[in-house]
Design a protein around this ligand. Structure first.
Ligand code: TXA
Ligand code: MG
Length: 326
């Protein structure tokens, strides 16, 4: 059921449902989240059931402010404090050691917990209203079925999870890809998932080098190589290869879509063409919606022109790599 995010009565109703242990999907500046009160393991269990998410994939707990974050954290290490000061509210999640006796199911029974204070007025209002009803934080993964493309509009949430769920409609998510995740629970910070905040900005704020996940650094449980998968098969291609492939294709009626920055539409007939924006923020904003739209068009294959190499494209490149990993 859709609730209008501009209506204070709707937010109060959603907060009531959260306090009662029910699920509510809500907008954030990154993607829509599927929320439950983080301090009730039974409520959190409903998230795993509805998403079809494996039990060992921890969730991010959304908090109204730093004081609420401190209720879930055993301690905030200096690096986490600096990142919180620099980027909250905003698209950054910090992983820290978890306080005893809270958020066990949300953290998938791990000793650490992911915390994020979102910068979206509706998410903020929901956290504040739920807070008044005794809820210290809202556990919320992206509001999609497990392994699928994240939802960036209320309609996408309904498409993924059905219309019995309470969904607060707040329009299209501004950023469009999920938060950057920095693990601050060990000696040196690790960027577990790139987002729209670049690594250099994160390092400057952290005052420390931030390692990239790789064979040497631990992967976040739940960050799978294959993820964000539309139904169509996605392949990323260097510009000249994509050009050559379209050349030999001629007018074969393949169910093919091309998502590219530099190839003009109309190069091959019968091919669905979407122009990838030249700016990474814009590309991130529309990425998941474009993948969904191409699925709706019924294409079997999506050929994506490789994004440019700059670090500002890391978040988009990461999501595309995973979408192409199946
Ligand atoms: O932008 C976002 O972060 C969105 C919105 C709704 O806030 N949320 C989101 O949640 O992307 P989700 O569940 O789709 O991705 C959360 C990821 C997990 O897959 C896992 O990799 C990591 O966060 N994570 C959460 N808690 C963790 C922990 N304690 N240790 C390591 N990784 C953790
Ligand atoms: Mg997700």
């Amino acid at each position: 059921m859709l609730l209008d995010g501009r209506d204070p009565a709707a937010i109060a109703r959603a907060a009531e449902a959260i306090a009662a242990g029910e699920l509510v999907a809500f907008p954030t500046e990154t993607v829509y989240g599927l929320g439950a009160r983080a301090d009730h393991d039974d409520a959190v269990a409903k998230i795993f059931a509805l998403k079809g998410r494996p039990q060992d994939h921890p969730l991010i707990v959304h908090v109204a402010d730093r004081a609420h974050a401190e209720r879930f954290a055993a301690a905030l290490p200096p690096v986490a404090e600096r990142l919180i000061d620099a980027f909250w509210p905003g698209p950054l999640t910090v992983i820290v050691l978890r306080a005893a006796g809270i958020g066990d199911a949300a953290a998938a029974h791990q000793a650490t917990i992911g915390l994020r204070c979102p910068a979206h007025p509706i998410a903020h209002a929901l956290l504040a209203e739920a807070g008044e009803r005794g809820v210290p934080g809202i556990a919320a993964p992206s509001a999609n079925r497990f392994g699928r493309v994240s939802a960036t509009t209320a309609a996408h949430v309904v498409e993924e999870l059905g219309d019995e769920l309470l969904v607060i409609d707040g329009g299209a998510a501004r950023i469009g890809i999920e938060s950057a995740i920095v693990d601050c629970s060990t000696g040196s910070p690790v960027l577990l998932r790139p987002g729209i905040l670049t690594r250099d900005r994160i390092e400057t704020a952290a005052g420390a080098a931030v390692r990239q996940p790789g064979p040497a650094a631990p992967r976040a449980p739940g960050t799978l190589a294959a993820h964000y998968a539309p139904k169509a098969k996605v392949r990323i291609m260097a510009t000249p290869i994509l050009k050559a492939a379209l050349d030999v294709l001629g007018s074969d009626p393949l169910k093919l879509a091309v998502y590219s920055r530099s190839i003009p539409s109309g190069v091959a007939t019968g091919v669905v063409h979407r122009r990838m924006p030249a700016r990474p923020e814009q590309a991130a904003h529309e990425l998941f919606a474009v993948l969904r739209e191409l699925d709706r068009e019924g294409v079997h294959l999506i050929w994506v022109e490789e994004p440019p190499p700059g670090p500002e494209w890391d978040g988009v490149r990461d999501r595309l790599d995973r979408a192409a990993a199946t």
